[in-house]
Design a binder for this molecule. Structure first.
Ligand code: HEM
Length: 174
């Protein structure tokens, strides 16, 4: 009887030890992933949360975006041949796809690379990505108001950087 209880206690202690080791390994993996990923888990969450606030007013946001873009660089206006409301919708759709793929950016890499190459045909130059990024951040600031904190801004700067770099590298390298 005594040995039976002792055996159960030792077995339970052993199982707890294994569980603990497994958890430690999982936390270590998460830590490594966060260290190497362009966006931390917190930043992804900030992007998702803030995007939820933009989506209900996406038409207005797209309109604001083009207004700001042409104000910052009137020279890019002639590049846009199609209707801007239709165009704005496509831009928002693309951002939506990327926001929904933050946990697996590899899945949208090929789409962004192809889009970057198409943009060369539209007459887009590498430096234009900076202006578009500035216009996008301004729209987020206008739309989110006080929710556009420094942390939210940093997260979007990083996310836009990933998108723009992927598009530009496919379009302009070699
Ligand atoms: C985050 C970066 C960008 C995203 C997500 C984006 C998204 C899009 C999308 C979805 C289209 C529709 C056509 C297609 O898929 O090829 C498009 C077209 C276009 N984009 Fe972008 N774009 C970006 C950057 C830029 C930049 C930096 C410029 C430079 C001004 C630009 C100018 C244009 C033009 C001129 C068109 C064609 C419009 C037309 O024919 O009327 N885009 N963009």
């Amino acid at each position: 009887m005594m040995y039976g209880v002792l055996f159960i206690v030792i077995l339970l202690a052993y199982l707890l030890l294994i569980q603990n080791k497994k958890n430690q390994a999982r936390y270590a993996r998460q830590y490594i992933e966060d260290e190497t990923a362009p966006l931390s888990a917190k930043q992804k969450q900030l992007i998702r949360d803030s995007w939820q606030r933009v989506l209900p007013v996406k038409e207005k946001a797209a309109e604001l975006f083009y207004g700001r873009l042409f104000e910052l660089d009137p020279g890019v206006k002639p590049l846009f041949k199609g209707k801007l409301d239709f165009q704005g919708d496509k831009l928002m759709m693309t951002l939506n796809v990327v926001v929904n793929s933050l946990d697996d950016l590899d899945a949208v890499e090929a789409m962004l690379q192809a889009m970057g190459k198409r943009h060369v045909i539209y007459g887009v130059e590498a430096t234009h990505y900076e202006t578009v990024g500035a216009a996008l951040l301004w729209v987020l600031q206008q739309t989110l108001g006080e929710y556009f904190t420094e942390e939210v801004e940093d997260a979007w700067v990083t996310a836009y950087g990933v998108i723009a770099t992927t598009m530009k590298e496919a379009a302009y390298s070699a």
